[in-house]
Design a protein around this ligand. Sequence first.
Ligand SMILES: NC(=O)c1ccc[n+]([C@@H]2O[C@H](COP(=O)([O-])OP(=O)(O)OC[C@H]3O[C@@H](n4cnc5c(N)ncnc54)[C@H](O)[C@@H]3O)[C@@H](O)[C@H]2O)c1
Length: 254
Amino acid sequence: MRILNNSVSWITGSTGSIGSATCKVLAQAGSHVVVSDIDFDRAKDLSIQLKDEGVEALPLQLDVSDQKAVENVGKIIKKTFGRLDILVNGAGISPKGEQGRVPVEDMDAEEWLRVVNINLHGAFYCSQVAVRLMKENAGGHIVNIASQAGRSYSPVTGAHYAVSKAGLISLTRQMAGELGPSGIYVNAVAPGRIDTPMIKDVPEEVNRQIVNNIPLRRLGTPEEVANTIQFLVTPQSSYLTGVVIDINGGRLMM
Ligand SMILES: NC(=O)c1ccc[n+]([C@@H]2O[C@H](COP(=O)([O-])OP(=O)(O)OC[C@H]3O[C@@H](n4cnc5c(N)ncnc54)[C@H](O)[C@@H]3O)[C@@H](O)[C@H]2O)c1
């Protein structure tokens, strides 16, 4: 008996480094997976791999910042599986300029909106749809992938990214408070520097300096984030809601 047998999980940004590791961990635990990403080809490829774990995997093209498309995904999940147990809000972008992060005074207002629309509003739209489905089966889990940048000053990311992740942490707490009585858990993870393409858009020297300031003296892996997410959606964390788990090798201690 696998710990998440017969459950249904929906992961957004599911084909990225952390998203795909999360899909794999949840599928290995027995959960059926809705594999949604803006990149449909990658969603299809990942779904084929997930089926090897003996679960259903449904690939869907979804831009999380498109509220109507998100609503439609809710209908598809209802029609295909009849339920939703787990939502992981993982879709995210962290655009930089040629010289690294763009300072606030030079930031294009449209770029600001694009980041907030995807990282924060997208999670809000998906959570609304998920909560309606979860209330039909009296419970569920939402995990938001925030960031250390939403917890403290970040020397490498743009303000739009940091603000979107801080908003996601606030949304986590607000929703956890509102939804606890309905048996819906809402938690967040705040990864620090994780070894993915997202952190490769700064000079290598920058990452080396960051590693020197991490007590564990290395970057994190997508699997380490995925394992923490899995913990948050199983009965092992049955008294945890509204928490933000820092995954950063000890870099940020609050
Ligand atoms: N890599 C890190 O160090 C790090 C640190 C902290 C937080 N995070 C967060 O973890 C999450 C995953 O990051 P990652 O490193 O795996 O990055 P990634 O770029 O590998 O994954 C992001 C995924 O989101 C998808 N995506 C982008 N725009 C989308 C949209 N509009 N709608 C739906 N999907 C969209 C991409 O196609 C991609 O599959 C992000 O939310 C990111 O902000 C990453």
